[in-house]
Design a protein around this ligand. Structure first.
Ligand code: NAP
Length: 352
């Protein structure tokens, strides 16, 4: 039985423990947190779940380590890898117990994931770029032979995608999703709504680590746009990024440019909107309408009472038609994202 399992890539060791081999792309904030988390939890996981997680590859933009040697780098938390360039991964692609983990911000990993999934290996990603390419690519990833999970691409470790899938698999129909899927914008707009100046709110968000290195990447709204497309595709809409009704909230590419020019117009726009309530960026998916825009909410709205940094998802379905399913909480940060990635890895470990 053991040799048959090994051939199928279902490496069970002598004690019958299932071995899951990880090849991880990216050792940035999320990647490092994931390594730390696995180092601290793997003994418990092995005891409770009879799943042993081992590292068999770590890759950065231009360097890597592969094979059993990877464990040495993990344990020493040494991320200066010996080999330069891009490796040959064919040995891992055919193994059913390999999980390719993409925690990069690159759009170059998608083809590798598709190839691996087609050959029966598995993949987990927190990187939205894999899921916002053409609908055809989205389908190649999600309808493949191997298992593919991407829970953390929307809402970090808030259970958003799995809740949608759970509702749909029992025959419920998702009618509408209204959400604020951005911790940084939730934080910034919380303070704008209470009278803080936009420049100060951005600087505070940057200081507390809520934003991307360039805060304009958050303020433009493209992150919400991507998450909206992922949610829409999950609930069955065959749409492309260009089909979303969206206009960037700001046009400037740097905070300096924003402060020099556009800030005045933006300030006036928000102040005018604030006369009738609290302003938040919102993603709406309903029927054929998929839209990302700034909206005003009154006192009775769920958005009105959001705490700084909180994401919110209101899911209206055939069964939950008046009172939606509400998922709310902090939806960003390296550690909670890494814990969501680990949860997806364990799901694969249990299923293979
Ligand atoms: N941070 C969060 O709270 C959060 C929450 C949810 C989702 N995410 C998503 O998770 C991903 C990782 O975020 P992060 O904050 O950890 O980013 P990060 O700190 O910028 O790290 C990115 C890592 O990716 C590596 N990388 C880039 N291109 C690569 C390539 N072609 N091949 C292999 N490695 C490559 C970089 O390596 P080099 O250093 O060698 O360039 C770096 O180690 C992003 O897609 C992000 O949107 C993040």
């Amino acid at each position: 039985v053991k040799s048959l399992h090994t051939e199928l890539g279902l490496s069970l060791d002598k004690e019958g423990i299932k071995v899951v081999e990880i090849v991880q792309f990216g050792v940035g904030k999320v990647g490092k947190s994931l390594i730390k988390l696995i180092l601290s939890e793997r003994k418990r996981i092995e005891k409770e779940e009879r799943i042993r997680i081992v590292y068999r590859g770590l890759l950065r933009s231009n360097s890597y380590v592969l094979g059993e040697e990877t464990e040495k780098y993990i344990k020493e938390e040494n991320f200066n890898f010996p080999k330069k360039g891009k490796p040959d991964l064919s040995e891992f692609i055919r193994k059913r117990n390999t999980v390719f983990v993409d925690v990069t911000n690159s759009d170059e990993i998608t083809d590798i994931l598709i190839d691996a999934l087609k050959h029966g290996a598995n993949a987990v990603t927190s990187n939205k770029k894999n899921l916002v390419k053409s609908f055809k690519i989205f389908k190649s990833l999600t309808d493949s032979k191997g298992k593919f999970y991407f829970e953390t691409t929307v809402g970090a470790s808030l259970p958003v995608i799995k809740t949608l899938l759970n509702l749909m698999e029992t025959g419920d129909k998702i009618k509408r999703i209204v959400s604020l899927p951005s911790g940084s914008l939730s934080f910034i707009f919380h303070h704008l709504n209470r009278g803080k100046d936009i420049a100060e709110a951005i600087e505070l968000a940057m200081k507390l680590g809520y934003t991307e290195p360039n805060p304009m990447d958050d303020l433009k709204g493209t992150d919400i746009l991507r998450k909206t497309l992922i949610l829409a595709r999950i609930i069955g809409k065959k749409i492309e990024l260009s089909h979303v009704d969206f206009e960037e909230f700001v046009k400037s590419n740097s905070l300096e440019d924003f402060k020099k020019g556009e800030i005045g117009i933006f300030r006036d726009r928000i102040n005018k909107m604030r006369e009738s309530g609290f302003v938040y960026p919102v993603s709406r998916i309903e029927g054929r309408k998929v839209k990302v825009s700034l909206e005003v909410f009154g006192k009775n709205s769920e958005f009105y009472n959001l705490k700084p940094g909180e994401n919110i998802f209101l899911i209206y379905t055939k069964r939950y038609n008046k009172n939606p399913v509400i998922i709310k909480g902090i939806g960003a940060g390296p550690l909670i994202t890494a814990s969501g990635v680990l949860s997806d890895i364990l799901r694969i470990g249990r299923e293979i």
